[in-house]
Design a protein around this ligand. Structure first.
Ligand SMILES: [Zn+2]
Ligand SMILES: [Zn+2]
Length: 1614
């Protein structure tokens, strides 16, 4: 076969043993060489004849013989399309015949050789087994090649630089041609879809012009670029057809073909012909196409046109080059000639759609030519624009450009789409989606506009906008998928996709499907599963299960198998992964690549690495990396793997640019970028690879920029979303649980192989049907429920379906009854399940320790508060859904004990196991359930009422007597609280269990309290007093909860502050009962100084606030809840009096026992009691008072202004804000921010400091309160807030301050120690807030030379320490300061010395020695050194209270060898508490290199337990040098730290606080801000970062303001 018909065929031969055929063809017309074609084959052909008004042409389609029956589509299409083009061009097909042949090997898709088009076979043959894509391609490509027969073949470009015209035209015409023969395919819409992809590719700096100079064969070849040459080329041709209108355009084409037939042209010839045609038809309007068209063909890129409303009659229009990468700025002088069409529409109108409009009117008149400038052009619309009008420009994307509107128009357009989606055509809708995403990515518009715009997708049921959306949303999901807002964002996407997903489903349905729905089905289902739409996940799972378990393969496209495997592995557990992994090994299924892809979706790093390593050996490693990379959890796994295996991956020296670029673009942060730089810096890349790496790096840079600028507004937007459209985390109220019967068999230890660290569970849940429903919804997460075992017992013969759905976000499991449950009836749901004993310290988890033989002993324990009971058993996991629990634990004989909330009732041997049964609990909340299986030993005792008290711990601790102290404390404190609450302890026993790995200090599980070891064990030989006090406090706190919290439980978590605040206050009462000598009631105040500081920051929060999801619930367990909570409870205790408070609480506990209550319930009981006792006036009530303290953040200071002449004092209140620069102070809000304040005071005349003194109330609506001071001498002071009973500060007029200072200097003992402390703390902080002079605090400290009590020193040291840290960088100031302190403290130092002192002075002694040693007081250093030497050389134990002090001192003033020896000692030590003390000491070093060793050791699990890592880092932050290093460390290791500790709210937040609290320069501030912005994954630490930033700002300001005056003051006071 060849271009022309055969002229003659001659048989020759036999010759050389063969028969030959000589075929001669007719001579061709004048044509180009490249169009010549010859084909010799044994192909079979089918033939037909095309008919048109111009000619009849013989058409043949040919392919290999066994494909003959697959040629119908090709034949029919070519016959029809050839006829169509003759009519379209109005020019006869120039040859006599047209052959098409499909060949197995072909470089391009097809080639338009004149008269003999040749196709790659896959684009040519088709049968019903082929995909829809193939079907479309066959028709489209045939149309493309046929169109060339005129445009390209009949008239040919002179040179290859006009290839774009040839191909752009054909790409345009292929859609016109195939649209003509396949109307329902909406081929013109597909062109749209294609162009929206092309315009995106054309938005980079690296793009090129469609028309470019080419010379060498390589350049010519490179010019065959599908995106720009073909794609953008077709957009330009399409624009031409719009400018002219279809008729004129086709007339022009006819003229062009006739003028230049069998000749060559360049592009200007076409423009000229078209110009002439316009003139001829009187349509030129003075436009010359030559400059218009060349502005598009010779320049790279394309414009964005920004349209803004100036007023209601004028708009402005402006063009710029559009670049997605916002880090490069477009060339400002590039401009295009833009024929801009636009239409003004009325919101809500539902007339003709815009697409119809554009087709039916002569658009030329509507064009607005924007040309020759990038300046703003003002346009008079000659009509009025109202607020319900909106503009739509560039109708039908006539011009290859983006349109940006002003915010108002975007808003109305979004509104229009929501109210009447169809009004704008599907193409326009698609175009708008494409524009909003691109404009947002390029920072033209805020992401909120894009996110608001896509709201309408809920109504969108057309494939075209979805097709565009599914492509474009990837940028957003990719940027957000590892941030804390991904969950709400995902929820939003779920909602959008659900309706269309429901329409489409998984399986092609010829009846209900639109033909085009099939185009997006695969991608849509993939997306639905990606955003975890419940139905998608369960479909995926069932397809997966059928295939994996039973080998059943259903009729869905193999692509959807990919989705099914991926989703099931992503959502599944390790066992699922293993099953699939094993299955792949011995499969030859056609689904193998989908199965491999499935593996790559695991969320477990270990699994991903297993998969990658496996693929490494099987040589498909590149595609494996690409697979892993496609999921958020895989990005860093893939990147690390790539780096580690570089040598193997880069074997042949090139061809990896694709994967490198994919990897780099997926990374997220500046430090990733640094990592990339450093990794590739010494790698030998080819030129091409290097270039594509650079392009990808720019993309990453641009992503970083986008993210840092836009994240906050997206976050705001998402939080707004939650209000309107909240994810419901609360269970429905139809079912009420009554009791649980649970059996658990844990396999603890590695020896269990497959079952290692898993457990089998069997549960039956008895519940009452409160409202009829078919749905049983409860909580479970990461449990494998065995559907086969689902049963329901009922009185109504109900049945349960053996399947369930799972919502990963809410952790809801939904089961279905066959019929609705009967109101009031009880049901028993039973099922078996399995789960894992995990490593994380929540749910049912493992812990371990080394036994005396140095072997690892495991144990399994629980921590359920707040929302992790659901990880151990299916349950209604909300605090108000109380039920009774019966537990049986199957305990292997290797473990000596199991512990539960209630006593063990029976233990029956069963083979290697014991069946341990426990007594049924009373009604209680799920979060209070606890069980432990271990080899712990115990000691026991009884309370005076005969309650069994137990202390459990590892044998070493118990045998060493370290549990003895807590046993005694528990026993006494239980007695105390029975008396205090006037209610018996509700259970039969109380266990205290110390486990080696525990996140919180302790957890108050009812009857089975679990402690961190340091909170339960006390070793009198080695531990300090502070350890002893901690044990006592924690035991007291947890035991208080046994009533307050456990017996009566908050309804919901937003009242957790009450629970914790209460326990944190009464714990002091308990300790005071067992150890009155510790003076704990006074210590309370100084131990809450920190929270007073925190709560004076704007970033603080109220103690009570609404929470929903587990993350929010967890964030409630912070210092504010515990410490401010307890402070305001103490305040209540003071103003109500102890008597009223206790009776009210006791009645409340009795009435709500085994039930739940809200804070308002307690307020009511206290109010009632206070009226009975007369402790509160009837015009006040506890709720009004306490709401001002619990529902808003912060606290007040009271200004006491004495009017000496008038013999009165005026009290006013203001919100105390530490930050003097706070903007809030200028607002109304600040002035109206008031509390109910119980103000107590006294004076020199009556120096009695009564905690329960009846207060004067300052009420929120009072401007001021006047109090007579008739009985107070002008020369005597007054003092407010006796014993600091109210959570606030007090300020005085200057005279009164002076009087107080004189008193302190003369005889401080007249003033109560707590109030002496308060004067110091208030003056320090009022000074910092710039309310008074900071020097006032320093003046007060002068009296400390005579102070003998510990209490006032606590705030004094905080203030002095702060000032010291702030001035540490000024040598002279610091030196003077050091001398001031040494003088000040000398007498205290001398009087306390180094020998034993009474318990209440131990703290002071420690702090004093600490201070003197750290300031280099010689005697102190010598004493420390000699004790240290005694210990090293003579093995004389260090005094336990001074250990840290001694370690720090010898390290600070010692040499490197001392340090290294001590470090070696620390590493070798098994006692964890002691190890941490030494590390604290080691952190005092002044050597950066040594401090770095500590920082590195912190993350080494062999040296430091993971739970202690952050503490060790904060030790280092104790000095200016250490702070710098610790800060660097935090920046460099944030991701790892977050990975390890991000799930615990306390840990990272306090680390951030300790590292940043003394930073006071602008450069640190900048780093901190950048750090916070760069890291999307701040999670639970977000608040801590906000606080840190505020703090550093503040420190910087303080230093600038105060440094000089403090210097002067020190000079004159030395
Ligand atoms: Zn072509
Ligand atoms: Zn607590």
């Amino acid at each position: 076969m060849s271009n022309m018909p055969i002229n003659k065929t001659t048989q020759i031969g036999p010759k050389d043993g063969y028969n030959w055929t000589l075929t001669e063809f007719e001579e061709t017309v004048q044509m180009s060489t490249y169009l010549v074609a010859i084909l010799v084959s044994d192909f079979k052909c089918k033939s037909g004849v095309s008919n048109s008004s111009y000619s009849n042409v013989d058409v043949k389609v040919c392919a290999r013989p066994n494909a003959e029956d697959k040629l119908d589509l090709a034949l029919n299409s070519s016959v029809d399309i050839l006829g169509f083009f003759e009519e379209y061009y109005k020019v006869k097909y120039p040859l006599e015949k047209l052959d098409h042949a499909g060949v197995p090997d072909f470089k391009y898709g097809a080639m338009e050789n004149w008269g003999l088009a040749i196709y790659r076979e896959v684009y040519f043959i088709f049968d019903e087994k082929s995909t829809q894509t193939t079907e479309i391609n066959v028709v489209r490509i045939i149309a493309h090649e046929i169109s060339h027969m005129w445009f390209g073949n009949l008239v040919t470009p002179k040179w290859w630089d006009d290839l774009w015209l040839n191909e752009g035209f054909a790409r345009f015409a292929e859609h016109v041609g195939s649209d003509a023969v396949k109307k329902h395919w909406r081929m013109y819409d597909r062109l749209f879809d294609l162009l929206l992809g092309v315009i995106q590719s054309d938005s980079t700096e690296e793009t090129r012009a469609v028309s470019s100079d080419v010379n060498t064969p390589e350049e010519i070849d490179a010019n065959i670029n599908p995106t720009i040459t073909y794609g953008k080329g077709s957009a330009i041709v399409k624009m031409l057809s719009y400018i002219l209108g279809d008729d004129t355009f086709r007339n022009g084409l006819k003229n062009y073909f006739e003028t230049f037939e069998y000749q060559n042209v360049d592009q200007s010839d076409l423009w000229r012909i078209m110009n002439e045609q316009m003139k001829l038809e009187n349509k030129s309007h003075g436009v010359d196409l030559l400059p218009v068209m060349t502005s598009w063909t010779k320049q790279k890129g394309h414009p964005v046109v920004t349209i803004k409303r100036i007023n209601d009659t004028h708009i402005s229009v402006k063009q710029n080059r559009f670049l997605t990468d916002s880090t490069v700025s477009g060339l400002s002088d590039t401009f295009w000639q833009i024929p801009l069409s636009f239409s003004i529409e009325e919101l809500g109108s539902s007339g003709q759609s815009l697409t119809n409009k554009i087709n039916s009117t002569n658009l030329f008149d509507k064009f607005l030519w924007i040309s020759n400038t990038t300046e703003e052009t003002i346009i008079n619309l000659n009509r009025t624009l109202t607020d319900s009008n909106f503009l739509i420009a560039n109708l039908d994307m006539a011009v290859f450009c983006r349109i940006n509107y002003d915010e108002k128009d975007w808003k109305i357009i979004a509104e229009q789409l929501l109210t009447n989606t169809q009004e704008l055509s599907a193409r326009t809708r698609a175009q708008l989606i494409s524009d909003v995403f691109s404009l947002s990515q390029a920072l033209y518009i805020s992401p909120e506009i894009a996110l608001n715009h896509i709201r309408y997708l809920e109504n969108e049921l057309d494939y075209l906008p979805w097709s565009v959306f599914l492509e474009r949303v990837k940028y957003f999901t990719g940027q957000l998928d590892s941030t804390e807002i991904y969950i709400p964002f995902k929820k939003y996407l779920q909602k959008l996709v659900k309706p269309y997903y429901q329409k489409l489903g998984w399986i092609d349905n010829p009846v209900t499907d639109d033909w085009n729905d099939r185009v997006v089905r695969n991608r849509l289902v993939e997306f639905a599963c990606q955003v975890e739409l419940a139905d998608c996940l369960s479909q995926a799972r069932s397809i997966y299960n059928d295939f994996i378990d039973s080998g059943i393969q259903i009729n869905v496209p193999s692509f959807l198998y990919r989705v099914a495997f991926c989703s099931s592995i992503e959502q599944g557990n390790d066992a699922d992964f293993e099953k699939l992994f094993e299955k792949i090994k011995n499969t030859d299924s056609n689904l193998k690549s989908s199965m491999l892809y499935g593996l790559s979706c695991s969320k477990s790093t270990a699994n991903l690495n297993k998969y990658l390593n496996d693929q490494m050996s099987s040589n498909s490693v590149i595609s494996a990396i690409r697979n892993v990379l496609s999921k958020p959890s895989g990005v860093y796994v893939a990147w690390n793997f790539f780096k580690q295996n570089w040598e193997n991956i880069y074997k042949d020296g090139s061809g990896i640019s694709g994967i490198v670029s994919d990897l780099v673009k997926k990374l997220k942060t500046q430090s990733d970028l640094n990592d990339i730089e450093s990794f590739f810096s010494d790698k030998n890349l080819t030129q091409g690879d290097r270039e594509s790496l650079n392009v990808a790096k720019n993309q990453l840079l641009s992503n970083i920029k986008w993210f840092s600028q836009e994240f906050n507004s997206i976050k705001n937007w998402t939080s707004g979303l939650n209000i309107g459209n909240q994810v419901n985390y609360r269970l429905p109220t139809n079912l009420i649980p009554n009791s649980y019967d649970i059996k658990i068999q844990p396999y603890i230890g590695d020896s269990w192989k497959d079952k290692a660290f898993t457990f089998d569970g069997a549960i039956s849940i008895n519940f009452t049907c409160a409202e009829p429903t078919k749905k049983i919804i409860f909580h479970a997460i990461d449990l494998d429920l065995d559907t086969d075992t689902f049963t329901i017992e009922s009185t109504d013969d109900n049945e349960i379906e053996k399947m369930f759905t799972e919502d990963k976000i809410t952790n809801f499991i939904e089961l279905n009854l066959k019929k609705e449950c009967q109101k009031g009836s009880d049901y028993v749901l039973k099922m078996n399940y399995t789960g894992s004993i995990i490593k994380n310290l929540y749910g049912f988890y493992r812990s371990s320790y080394k036994n005396e033989l140095d072997e690892t002993e495991y144990l399994a324990t629980t921590h359920f508060q707040p929302t992790d009971a659901r990880r151990a058993f299916p349950c209604f996991d909300e605090p108000a859904l109380k039920a009774s629990f019966k537990l049986t634990i199957m305990r292997h004989k290797n473990f000596s004990s199991s512990i539960f909330n209630t006593p063990l009732t029976k233990s029956s041997p069963n083979g290697d196991w014991f069946e341990d049964e426990f007594a049924e609990t009373p009604k209680m909340s799920t979060y209070l359930v606890a069980f432990v299986v271990s080899n712990f030993k115990k000691i026991t005792n009884q309370t005076s009422k005969g309650i069994e008290v137990e202390v459990f711990g590892r044998p070493e601790k118990i045998e060493n007597g370290e549990g003895d102290f807590s046993l005694r404390e528990s026993q006494l404190i239980l007695d105390f609280f029975e008396n205090y609450f006037n209610l018996p302890y509700p259970l039969a026993k109380s266990s205290q269990i110390g486990v080696p790995d525990f996140n919180a200090g302790a957890m108050e599980n009812w009857g089975a309290v679990i402690y961190r070891e340091t909170a339960l064990f006390y070793n009198p030989k080695t531990d300090a007093l502070v350890n002893k006090q901690r044990v006592s406090s924690v035991v007291s706190h947890e035991l208080a909860h046994q009533w307050f919290g456990n017996l009566v439980t908050p309804d919901w978590w937003n009242d957790i502050w009450l629970n914790e605040g209460f326990a944190s206050w009464v714990e002091y009462l308990g300790v005071n009962y067992t150890h009155p000598e510790w003076n704990f009631l006074d210590l309370f105040y100084v131990q809450k100084l920190k929270v007073m500081e925190l709560d004076s920051l704007e970033s603080s929060h109220s103690v009570s606030f609404d929470v929903n999801d587990p993350g929010e619930i967890n964030s409630l367990f912070d210092k504010i809840s515990y410490d401010k909570g307890s402070s305001i409870i103490r305040m209540m205790n003071a103003f109500l009096t102890e008597k009223t408070f206790r009776s009210g609480v006791s009645d409340y506990l009795k009435d709500f026992a085994y039930k739940n209550a809200k804070q308002d319930d307690l307020w009511q009981y206290l109010t009632n009691q206070s009226y009975v006792d007369g402790s509160l006036d009837k015009n006040l009530n506890v709720k009004d008072i306490m709401d001002t303290w619990t529902l808003k953040k912060g606290y007040p200071y009271v200004m006491v202004e004495r009017k000496y002449a008038e013999k009165e004092m005026v009290l006013t209140q203001k919100w105390f804000l530490l930050n003097p620069a706070s903007k809030i102070k200028d607002t109304e809000e600040y002035n109206n921010y008031k509390w109910y304040i119980p103000f107590t005071f006294t004076s020199l005349e009556d120096p009695i400091f009564d905690f329960e003194k009846k207060p004067t109330w300052l009420e929120p609506d009072q401007k001021e309160v006047k109090i007579s001071t008739q009985n107070i001498d002008d020369e005597s002071w007054v003092i407010g807030n006796l014993k600091h009973s109210a959570f606030m500060r007090v300020n005085y007029d200057q005279d009164n301050w002076d009087l107080l200072i004189e008193q302190l200097k003369a005889n401080h003992a007249v003033i109560d120690p707590i109030n002496r402390a308060t004067l110091l703390d208030d003056s320090f902080n009022l000074g910092r807030a710039e309310i008074i002079d900071q020097l006032l605090f320093l003046r007060i400290t002068q009296y400390l030379a005579n102070e003998k009590e510990n209490l006032p020193f606590v705030p004094a040291f905080i203030g002095l320490d702060y000032i010291g840290n702030m001035i540490a960088n000024d040598y002279f100031a610091y030196n003077n300061y050091k001398n001031y302190i040494i003088n000040l403290m000398n007498s205290t130092y001398q009087s306390l010395g180094w020998d034993d002192v009474s318990d209440d002075l131990i703290d002071l002694q420690i702090s004093t020695l600490q201070l003197m040693c750290s300031f280099g007081f010689e005697d102190c250093i010598t004493e420390a050194r000699s004790r240290f030497d005694d210990w090293i050389n003579n093995d004389i134990a260090l005094p336990s209270n001074f250990k840290i002090l001694i370690y720090s001192t010898v390290v600070k003033y010692g040499d490197e060898e001392t340090w290294l020896n001590l470090y070696q000692k620390a590493i070798g030590i098994s006692d964890n508490t002691e190890k941490l003390r030494i590390f604290r000491g080691l952190a005092s070093s002044r050597e950066a290199s040594l401090l770095s060793i500590i920082l590195n050791s912190a993350s080494d699990k062999n040296i430091i337990r993971s739970q202690d890592e952050t503490s060790v880092i904060s030790y280092v932050a104790g000095s200016p040098l250490g702070r710098k290093l610790a800060f660097d460390h935090l920046e460099d290791n944030w991701d790892e730290l977050f990975e390890r500790h991000g799930d615990v709210s306390f840990t990272l937040s306090s680390l951030i606080d300790s590292v940043t609290k003394y930073l006071n320069t602008n450069s640190y501030l900048l780093r901190l801000v950048n750090f916070a912005e760069r890291n999307s994954n701040l999670g639970v630490t977000k608040k801590a970062f906000e606080q840190a930033i505020e703090n550093v700002q503040f420190n910087t300001r303080w230093t600038m303001k105060n440094l000089n005056s403090i210097k002067e003051w020190l000079n004159s006071n030395l």
